[in-house]
Design a binder for this molecule. Structure first.
Ligand code: AMP
Ligand code: GLY
Length: 424
């Protein structure tokens, strides 16, 4: 089979790495890919939002299955476009991806189908938003309705901060049209977890549990990022929390989407807040988490390709997914300044030494090749991922990999996985 993976980040490198292990696969293409994938796949100079070019490539090259990594092409309707040309593609339709594309839609869906989530309001009017903020009090959370590359969520410590965040969004200064409507919601406390399932719209297979680390600095300090590291399994997802999430969050969401005429196929990712044995849903995403995908796929024992294909064909009832007993940890190495403006173009040292370590794999995210050197080219640059027989061992291995690698201004968290150790 010939497979096309869409995207160029750490998540897509992990997908390519996993797909490359399948005996069913003869050739992998990636658009646009990154230097880390070049040994496993042929990178194509096509951006993720150039749907017509992607379609032309897949059609002319008789691609058997296209796997979509990021949310943007899903929201633009890549799945509908490919399917209308008879091409197999893994991911939700445009109507189904709306669950991530509009936070107002996903909150209304959760409310309608009794999925536990923070109390909220949806606003386009500054005055009404201010009245809601003053009534609710701070801390309070302000979210741009549309896609904002993971940056559209403001945790406001005071009402004034919330009001000014709303003003920035509604005026179009922050996030453009994505911020022309805002969701304002109750601030929740607890421990977060990433709960991902794969579904064909009827059958649901939960993936292993995982936890991300959103804040840029150790101890969950500083601004939120796309994710500074992740591990699996996450002990915060106890068997009881797993059951509750399946019954209260996942099944009603999948059934609700079908009932709304938006049948959901692909990865459904619920961001959870867990507290006192209860779960609330912070967000729903229409794709694999990045960096959660990296440790999850390292732990996946089964061939992923038959499952992706079954979902693309609309029937995964015969599929099972098996997992390695080992734990996996991914530590993200980022550029100086991230998640704000960051440095680019620094040469990355030590990739060869890290590659010699057993059980460590370095997934590339924001890298590019420059005169046969690998240089930084994004905020999140690498995801150093390791397997270990315990979370502790996996943490130690991942940081052994991190210790091999450096560039000017490199930053990473030193406490990835510590929450798991605190629970054991
Ligand atoms: P979202 O994209 O909606 O998940 O928001 C990104 C991050 O913001 C989450 O992973 C949380 O860390 C934080 N967050 C979002 N909503 C809330 C909330 N209601 N209460 C507390 N933190 C939140
Ligand atoms: N790691 C968080 C996300 O992918 O949305």
């Amino acid at each position: 089979m010939k497979i096309l993976v869409i995207g160029g980040g750490g998540r897509e490198h992990a997908l390519v790495w996993k797909i490359a292990q399948s005996p069913l696969v003869s050739k992998i293409y990636c658009a646009p890919g990154n230097p880390g994938m070049a040994a496993l796949a042929e990178n194509l100079p096509i951006a993720v939002d150039q749907l017509d070019k992607l379609l032309a490539f897949a059609y002319e090259n008789k691609i058997d299955l296209t796997v979509v990594g990021p949310e943007q092409p899903l929201s633009l309707g890549i799945v509908d476009l490919f399917e209308s040309h008879g091409l197999k593609v893994f991911g939700p339709s445009q109507k189904a991806a709306f669950i991530e594309g509009s936070k107002a839609f996903s909150k209304d869906l959760m409310q309608k189908y009794n999925v536990p989530t923070a109390a909220y309001g949806v606003f386009t009017d500054q005055g009404e938003a201010e009245a809601f903020i003053n009534r609710t009090g701070a801390p309070i959370v302000v979210k741009a309705d549309g896609l904002a590359a993971g940056k559209g969520v403001i945790i406001a410590r005071t009402c004034e901060e919330a009001i000014s965040a709303v003003r920035d969004m509604l005026s179009g200064n922050a996030f453009g049209s994505a911020g022309s409507r805002v969701v304002i919601e109750e601030f929740l406390t607890g421990e977060e977890a990433s709960f991902l399932v794969i579904t064909d719209g009827k059958n649901v297979i939960p993936l292993a549990s995982a936890q991300d680390h959103k804040a840029v600095f150790d101890g969950d300090q500083g601004p939120n990022t796309g994710g500074m590291g992740a591990y699996s399994p996450a002990p915060v997802v106890t068997p009881a929390i797993h059951e509750k999430t399946m019954e209260q969050v996942i099944r009603p969401t999948v059934a609700g989407m079908a009932a709304e005429g938006r049948p959901y196929r692909g990865i459904l990712y619920a961001g959870l807040m867990v507290k006192d044995g209860e779960v609330k849903t912070l967000e729903v995403n229409a794709r694999f988490g990045d960096p959660e995908c990296q440790p999850l796929l390292m732990r996946m024992k089964s061939d992923i390709v038959p499952v992706l294909l079954a979902v693309a064909n609309g029937d995964m009832s015969k599929e099972v997914i098996e997992w390695h007993d080992k734990a996996a940890v991914c530590v993200v190495m980022a550029s100086e300044g991230y998640p704000g403006d960051y440095r680019k173009g620094d040469e990355i040292q030590g990739l060869e030494q890290a590659a010699e370590l057993d059980d460590v794999y370095v997934f590339h995210a924001g890298t590019t090749a420059k005169a046969d050197k690998c240089v930084t080219n994004g905020g999140r640059v690498l995801g150093v991922t390791a397997l270990g027989s315990t979370v502790k061992e996996a943490i130690d291995e991942a940081y052994r990999g991190v210790a091999c690698i450096t560039w000017p201004g490199v930053q990473f968290r030193r406490d990835i996985g510590r929450k798991a150790l605190d629970r054991i």
